[in-house]
Write a protein that binds this ligand. Structure first.
Ligand SMILES: C[S@@+](CC[C@H](N)C(=O)[O-])C[C@H]1O[C@@H](n2cnc3c(N)ncnc32)[C@H](O)[C@@H]1O
Length: 283
């Protein structure tokens, strides 16, 4: 059966992609520690050719372009037109002639061969057929080329996302329907054994999966943290679903849940937990 990523492609070209564009700087601030950990593991070298999968608004692609320098080349690939438009204008501003962006489904798009590095910050968990997708991606790597990405661990391990979401759901009287934990989405690679099996099944060798946690600063006070999470992340999706007229109730509920977790100075930082996965192409 051919891969069908049409649902995700529609989401990233609809309200979800628009929200990422509108909140780009705020989102980047939240995810930068995780991206930096993955960039460090990737260790892109001057002259290397890299692909940033699900590059979004281009932050890490630009960073890798700086690492590989003008003698290297970076391709950012993504399915989201609004996010690619931002990436292209930022790439032009960064004056990186060796950085290009392409619209395409990374699980099947034609990709440059002899690539040294496949990289992604939270952009590879959305494939309907992940093993086939990674097998396709692996074929763009030279022998010995590496794949390095960061993805979220379980919702339970990510209170920055789940504490506010649980409070918002409770305020709305919503009991979430049981969901398939492996379904395409942010937490699809949470299960370490599944993640390893996908990479091995796709033909990668030297599969390594390391836990990386960091505190995510949500706001300077419980109220400002609540105001931030209703705009970014899973609570913002819930607000879209239930309607903005419920925003005041949700804000109060989230603030109430975050207040006991605030530091003495009022700041709210909650844990974010990820896997940094790396693997090499043996052939
Ligand atoms: C969570 S965002 C991360 C964006 C970016 N890497 C960052 O860290 O800011 C996930 C990205 O993956 C992209 N994406 C989802 N499915 C894709 C696919 N099949 N091929 C290419 N990109 C995809 C989305 O459009 C989105 O830009």
């Amino acid at each position: 059966m051919p891969a069908d990523n049409s649902e995700q492609i529609a989401e990233w070209n609809g309200a979800l992609g628009e929200r990422w564009v509108a909140m780009r700087q705020e989102i980047d601030r939240l995810v930068v520690p995780f991206g930096n950990a993955a960039l460090e593991a990737a260790a892109a070298q001057p002259g290397e050719r890299a692909i940033d999968i699900g590059c979004g608004c281009g932050d890490t692609a630009i960073e890798i372009a700086r690492m590989v320098g003008a003698a290297g080349a970076v391709l950012g690939i993504d399915v989201s037109q609004p996010m690619l438009a931002v990436a292209r204008s930022r790439g032009a501003l960064a004056n990186c002639a060796h950085l290009t962006f392409r619209d395409g489904d990374a699980s099947e798009a034609a990709l440059p061969s002899n690539t040294d590095l496949l990289f992604s910050r939270f952009g590879v968990m959305f494939f309907s057929q992940p093993t086939a997708a990674f097998s396709h991606l692996r074929k763009s790597l030279r022998a010995g080329g590496r794949c390095v990405f960061v993805c979220w661990r379980t919702p339970r391990d990510n209170p920055w996302a789940m504490t506010p979401l649980s409070a918002a759901r409770a305020a709305m009287g919503i009991t979430p329907a049981p969901a398939d934990p492996d379904a395409p989405g942010p937490f699809a690679f949470a299960d370490e054994q599944r993640l390893r099996a996908i990479l091995s099944g796709a033909g990668f060798g030297d599969v390594d999966v390391q836990r990386f946690d960091a505190a995510i600063a949500l706001g300077g006070t419980p109220r400002s943290a609540a105001e931030s999470v209703v705009q970014v992340g899973p609570v913002s999706r819930l607000v879209r679903e239930v309607g903005a007229e419920h925003l005041p109730i949700i804000l109060d509920a989230v603030e109430g849940a975050l207040a006991p977790l605030a530091a003495p100075d009022g700041r709210v930082s909650l844990n974010g937990s990820t896997w940094i996965a790396s693997a090499t192409n043996p052939a």
